[in-house]
Design a protein around this ligand. Structure first.
Ligand code: DX5
Ligand code: ZN
Length: 254
């Protein structure tokens, strides 16, 4: 891990464009990538599932034209099945949906995969990891919310660390290959803890875009994350995966 460039590492930085200057979105996205981001996180809110409204597929279409990095679309919306085809068509690479928003979660995850995207599932701070037991073999990534979704710049909720640790243990004992992503309140004071807990894809909005130079901010945050990973003896060597990449389909739990 020490000295590895970000692209060869299992740690990835996924800046959330929610905190970017939307009038300069292309330049902001490119600056974050220059600073080492290997994924761009796109927060989609509908004013129903969360108390805020953000962006839709046209913005994904525009971003797709200015970057080759995977676009990680986090759908904080009701009835996500209605919009998955449009986000896939716009150029989304990963699409994640909330467990709390999906009555037929298994069907929704298959729908995402059927549209050629990597399916992810998200849990809110109040939702236990075990609510995902049945779908873990289906997903490319599990996104643990470390704030209540809806806004950037909120305070990290520390109980999410235990959930990340539990997911990491479950993945090992069931020999699955989903990746673990964390979203909300990730900055210099919290990044080392989430990495040590087992998070690999680190979403950060305000820490990257709110002030200063986005490129430098990304570089520094990624370095802190890689330094923390270097202190973990047995860091999980999982890159990519999920059922689409041949993840095992075992339902036994630790
Ligand atoms: C919250 C969003 C997050 C948010 C993160 O609902 O899903 O992606 O933008 O912002 P920070 O890093 O500022 O907490
Ligand atoms: Zn998000």
């Amino acid at each position: 891990m020490p000295g590895l460039p970000a692209e060869d590492s299992m740690i990835e930085l996924a800046p959330s464009i929610l905190s970017a200057d939307f009038a300069r979105l292309g330049a902001e996205a490119q600056a974050a990538v220059e600073g080492g981001a290997t994924v761009l996180h796109v927060d989609v809110m509908d004013g129903h599932f969360v108390p805020n409204i953000t962006i839709g597929p046209p913005v994904v279409t525009s971003l797709r034209k200015v970057t080759k990095v995977p676009l990680d679309c986090h759908l904080m919306i009701e009835r996500p099945d209605d919009f998955i085809p449009a986000f896939a068509e716009a150029g989304a690479d990963w699409i994640s949906v909330h467990q709390e928003a999906c009555v037929h979660l298994d069907r929704t995850l298959h729908l995402i995969a059927a549209h050629g995207c990597k399916p992810g599932v998200v849990i809110n701070p109040a939702t236990p990891v075990h609510a995902l037991d049945e779908v873990l073999p289906l997903v490319h990534h599990v996104l643990v919310m470390s704030v209540n979704p809806g806004f950037g710049g909120q305070t990290f909720i520390y109980s999410s660390l235990k959930k990340i640790e539990l997911l990491s243990k479950i993945r090992e004992s069931r020999r699955l290959s989903f990746r673990i992503e964390v979203d909300g309140g990730i900055h210099h004071e919290t990044v080392a803890q989430v990495v040590r807990a087992g998070a690999e894809i680190l979403v950060a909005g305000s820490a990257i875009f709110e002030q200063g130079n986005s490129s430098e901010n990304a570089r520094h945050l990624l370095k802190s994350a890689l330094d923390a990973a270097a202190t973990v003896q047995d860091f999980p060597s999982v890159v990519g995966g999920g059922a689409a990449a041949g993840g095992a389909n075992s339902l036994s739990l630790p």
